[in-house]
Design a binder for this molecule. Structure first.
Ligand code: ATP
Length: 342
């Protein structure tokens, strides 16, 4: 039976008591000139221990701002509201210092550009050591030994010699690995990877994703992978949340996503993927422009680009509703989408 769900009910429907992170009703607003930017609109999701959650959507859909808001890093935000319980503590209620303690220790972060995390004037090894010393993870001797271990673990050869290198002496892929070593140095429960493989070539991308997967399995670490690349998300994630105009359009386990996508936007993302190995498969971009976020959402934000839109779609905001265990969608015509897509 299909049911409309409140955020609270959604949270309990899809989550277990031991979830590492539970986000409910997250909203972030910016101001640009006289305009308000409605960047994140009532977003809810959760991550279980050892799970890889993909947050997918086109550029500007609110992926980065959602996660940055949770971590207290949405610079210039006019307001951030909702709840983001990490291991039971609401991150949105913490003071700046308390959040700084959690970031880098309990929650590791890796970004597209390693230079946002790496200091160009500091040796790689010292930076990784510093990550541990700042959070009192271990003493200097322990941090040195663990840095060598980490460099080795992330696939940087000749760890002792590389310890003394500066970031500019590393290739892009190596810098990415060094950033991962820094992010996991204090054994975080959660690693957030924001477009972490976007700037590297396909081979390095596969190596980095394999490395993250090994780390996840070894330590039951959870991963949130933020990506605009639906192909990467479907190759790597256990569950996927699709964002559009700062709203959750659909959320499901990978099998359901592939077998029965229920939102026209998800179907569009799926069809826009070039599958490696399927030569000749046509890339079908989703027509139309991404939504502007300068007004509160009326109706479905995807309606202007949706080939299935009816009057109701422009008049009534589709609420997230359940299509089955762990599968939710915000589309008035989800049942028809499912029957057409399968
Ligand atoms: N500091 C800011 N001031 C005003 N608007 C902002 C600010 N930061 C982000 N935004 C807006 O918030 C919206 C969501 O941005 P966000 O970076 O989360 O998108 P994204 O899905 O991660 O895409 P991308 O990968 O291109 O960054 C965009 O419309 C963006 O322009």
């Amino acid at each position: 039976m299909i049911e409309d769900l409140t955020a609270e009910k959604l949270a309990t429907e899809n989550q277990t008591a031991e979830d590492v992170l539970t986000v409910e009703n997250l909203e972030t607003r910016f101001r640009r000139g006289d305009d308000t930017i409605y960047a994140v609109n009532s977003v809810s999701f959760s991550v279980a221990p050892g799970e890889t959650l993909g947050i997918v959507g086109e550029s500007g859909s609110g992926k980065s701002v959602s996660l940055l808001s949770i971590l207290g890093l949405a610079r210039g935000a006019r307001s951030v509201s909702g709840t983001a319980r990490f291991m039971g503590t609401d991150l949105l209620k913490l003071r700046r210092r308390q959040l700084e303690d959690i970031r880098g220790r309990d929650i590791g972060m890796i970004f597209q550009d390693p230079m946002t995390s790496l200091n160009p004037a500091m040796r790689i090894g010292d930076q990784i050591m510093e990550a541990m010393l700042t959070h009192h993870y271990t003493n200097r001797k322990g941090a040195f030994a663990r840095t060598l271990e980490l460099l080795d673990k992330v696939g940087i050869p000749e760890a002792r010699a590389r310890f003394r290198s500066y970031p500019h002496e590393f290739s892009g892929g190596m810098r990415q690995r060094a950033m991962i070593a820094m992010a996991i140095a204090c054994e975080p429960q959660l690693l957030i990877a924001d477009e972490a493989t976007t700037a590297v070539d396909v081979t390095v991308q596969a190596q980095i994703l394999d490395l993250l997967d090994d780390l996840r399995k070894g330590r039951r670490m959870s991963i949130i992978l933020i990506t605009h690349d639906f192909g990467v998300a479907t190759n790597f994630c256990d569950r996927i949340v699709v964002l559009y105009a700062g709203k959750v359009m659909e959320s499901a386990r990978l099998a359901e996503f592939l077998a029965c996508p229920a939102h026209p936007y998800t179907v569009g993302l799926r069809d826009s993927v070039i599958e490696v190995g399927q030569r000749g498969r046509k890339l079908t971009p989703i027509p139309g422009m991404a939504a502007t976020l300068t007004e509160p959402i009326r109706g479905c934000p995807f309606a202007p680009r949706c080939s299935m839109a009816i009057d109701r779609c422009t008049q009534e905001v589709p609420q997230l509703r359940s299509l089955g265990p762990g599968h939710t969608v915000a589309c008035h015509r989800a049942e028809e989408v499912m029957s057409r897509a399968s």
